[in-house]
Design a binder for this molecule. Structure first.
Ligand SMILES: [Zn+2]
Length: 145
């Protein structure tokens, strides 16, 4: 397996949430996704993730709010201070996986990319979790004060 050598960093508008990403594929090779669910459409999200990548989210603990909806199997990370939707996390056993909202985090390498329009309506909860495990990025969250 190749090492995730393609690195990106992004942060919410005020900097309370930052995310460091490392992927095996270059930004141009990666799919940028535009989930068509009601929440993501309203946000205009453009998300990226890879199961063979790595993500480190650093967040000021008192500036983070999370939002769950629908099947409530994951948590959207939102900055309390500037309101940016930074990404989504899900626990997978003792592991955490995530997608990064490249647009919200202002990640340069993905800036002008259109998202592939994906609709996950009608997907069962089991399939939903399986899909995330196969595509989302193994993640570590570090809280700062
Ligand atoms: Zn912020």
């Amino acid at each position: 397996m190749s090492e995730p050598t393609h690195k990106h960093t992004g942060r919410c508008h005020c900097g309370s949430i930052s995310m460091e990403l490392a992927f095996t594929q270059s930004a141009d090779e990666m799919q940028v996704r535009s989930c068509q669910c009601e929440f993501c459409s309203r946000q205009g999200s453009r998300t990226v993730s890879a199961a063979d990548g790595r993500a480190v989210i650093t967040v000021a603990a008192d500036q983070l709010t999370t939002y769950s909806f629908g099947t409530e199997t994951c948590s959207v990370l939102i900055c309390k201070r500037c309101g940016v939707y930074a990404g989504v996390v899900m626990t997978d056993g003792d592991q955490l996986v995530s997608i990064a909202n490249a647009r919200g985090l202002g990640i340069k390498a993905f800036k002008d990319r259109d998202g592939a329009q994906l609709t996950h309506d009608g997907e069962s909860t089991t399939d939903r979790i399986k899909r995330r495990k196969s595509r989302w990025t193994p993640t570590e969250i570090r809280y700062t004060l």
